[in-house]
Design a protein around this ligand. Structure first.
Ligand code: ADP
Ligand code: MG
Length: 248
């Protein structure tokens, strides 16, 4: 069974340690949520796993199906089946969503292999129907003038098309108005299943009312300080993060 294994991971920004020995195993089919107060290193964890150049891994390892991804370039990590939903996706003016997704799929093929246009649109429209996305959406330029909800819709569609083994999603409050919240949760719920593992990073418990996680982890000061099932999220909502800080 596919696993994403984060082993005693340590990440620094410059010479400042941010993630201080974090271990977590995600198996295919599982949805894990990481919660925690601002500044605790959640986004740093996601970006380091994605291979962002500003984040230095100073210790530990990340294994995808037993193989370290740390020496892989970001695009190689993606080809191995890792999907990163970025906190602040950038605009790509003039490039339509349909062409962007096609290029993303094309990038995964070997040399000389071409995506068949008919098959591509069949797959795209199939995924859009599953996610109840209007067909007009794919002729828009990527993220140009998008609302928070539209950015999320683009991200979820990308995830559906790439069919990753593991998806890391970093959700801040800023990206999550009611519309975006609904799109993310409906999308993840439509895509979740035996072939996909999800790591959902969130500051807000509310998201977990819609995407019910199998496991909840609380991150504080660069480490996981508490793990449990979905009831842990409710407990956090009731007691706040001070409760966790005191427990450290
Ligand atoms: P979270 O996502 O849990 O709110 P972050 O991972 O964004 O936390 O931030 C963790 C710590 O790293 C914070 O102290 C933050 O100020 C610092 N940090 C994050 N990004 C950078 C950066 N690009 N340069 C310097 N410090 C950063
Ligand atoms: Mg963050």
């Amino acid at each position: 069974m596919p696993t994403l294994d984060i082993q005693n991971l340590q990440v620094a920004i410059g010479d400042k340690p941010i993630v201080k020995g974090l271990s977590l195993t995600i198996r295919s089919g599982e949805v894990h949520a990481i919660m925690g107060p601002n500044g605790t290193g959640k986004s740093t964890l996601a970006k380091a796993i994605a291979g962002h150049p500003d984040y230095t891994i100073t210790g530990g390892d990340v294994l995808l199906d037993g193989k370290s991804i740390l020496e892989m370039e970001a695009d190689e990590r993606a080809r191995s089946g890792l999907f990163l939903a970025f906190q602040y996706p950038s605009e790509i003016p003039g490039v339509t969503i349909a062409n962007f997704l096609r290029a993303a799929l094309q990038a995964r093929l070997g040399e000389g292999e071409e995506i068949d246009a008919t098959a591509y649109y069949k797959r795209l429209y199939g995924k859009m129907d599953m996610l109840t996305i209007d067909r007009k959406f794919t002729s828009r330029a990527v993220n140009e003038g998008f609302s928070g909800g539209e950015k999320k819709r683009c991200e979820i569609l990308q995830m559906a098309m790439l069919e990753p083994k593991f998806a890391l999603m970093d959700e801040t409050d800023s990206g999550l108005d009611i519309d975006a919240l609904r799109i993310v949760s409906e999308g993840v719920n439509a895509l979740r299943g035996p072939g996909l593992g999800v790591l959902l990073i969130t500051h807000y418990q509310r998201l977990l009312n819609y995407i019910v996680p199998d496991f909840v982890h609380v991150m504080y000061d660069g480490r996981i300080v508490k793990s449990g099932d979905k009831s842990l999220a409710l407990e956090l909502e009731a007691k706040g993060y001070d409760w966790v800080k005191k427990a450290v």
